[in-house]
Ligand binder design. Structure first.
Ligand SMILES: CC(C)(COP(=O)(O)OP(=O)(O)OC[C@H]1O[C@@H](n2cnc3c(N)ncnc32)[C@H](O)[C@@H]1OP(=O)(O)O)[C@@H](O)C(=O)NCCC(=O)NCCS
Length: 153
């Protein structure tokens, strides 16, 4: 049985390990991605700040005393659009626990909290090659709205 709860700074090391497992495929979608980023100095700084972010919400999914998934996000300023936005920055589940509703449960917790705070829309970026994530988000009511482009200089 899994349980979703708000994360605290006590979860910092476990969340960094969890991120490494849940996002191990990132270099497949993005050859520019830093491997094991969460265990770098910058990654550690990011997670510490995200866990302490007063405008953010950070939740973990626990099963048998272990973290098996997490999601976090923060307030997003898009002043040229009408709605109030909350951005989901990360949402990941360890490979062995996927397709059993953990991702959906994390997403629903973020959505419930964001709505209660007065947010009107959820926003997120996803790698275009990450089909499993795109399928997952579309199944949960998200629509494609933009596409990011980049080129080497
Ligand atoms: C995307 C992710 C969070 C989904 O988590 P999950 O716990 O497997 O999701 P759920 O069990 O709640 O939902 C499963 C549904 O998502 C979609 N889905 C998930 N994985 C899929 C895959 N490999 N292929 C096709 N559809 C997939 C399907 O609609 C699926 O429903 P089904 O199992 O009935 O076919 C998980 O695959 C993950 O952690 N991926 C790596 C990290 C990542 O890419 N995160 C998103 C970018 S921020």
């Amino acid at each position: 049985m899994h349980k979703i709860r708000q994360a605290t700074i006590e979860d910092l090391e476990a969340v960094k390990e969890l991120n490494t497992k849940a996002f191990a495929a990132n270099p497949k979608w993005d050859p520019d991605a830093v491997r094991n980023w969460a265990s770098t100095r910058e990654g550690g700084k990011y997670y510490k700040e995200a866990l302490e972010d007063k405008d953010g919400y950070f939740v973990v999914c626990e099963e048998g005393g272990k973290l098996i998934g997490y999601a976090n996000g923060t307030r997003m300023e898009i002043t040229y659009r009408k709605s109030k936005y909350f951005e989901i920055v990360n949402l990941g589940v360890v490979p062995e626990k996927r397709r059993s509703g953990v991702g959906k449960a994390l997403l629903e917790e973020i959505a419930k909290w964001a709505k209660a705070q007065g947010y009107e829309k959820l926003y997120l970026d996803s790698y275009i090659k990450n089909k499993q994530a795109l399928e997952f988000y579309k199944k949960n009511g998200f629509q494609e709205i933009s596409i990011s482009l980049e080129k080497n200089l």
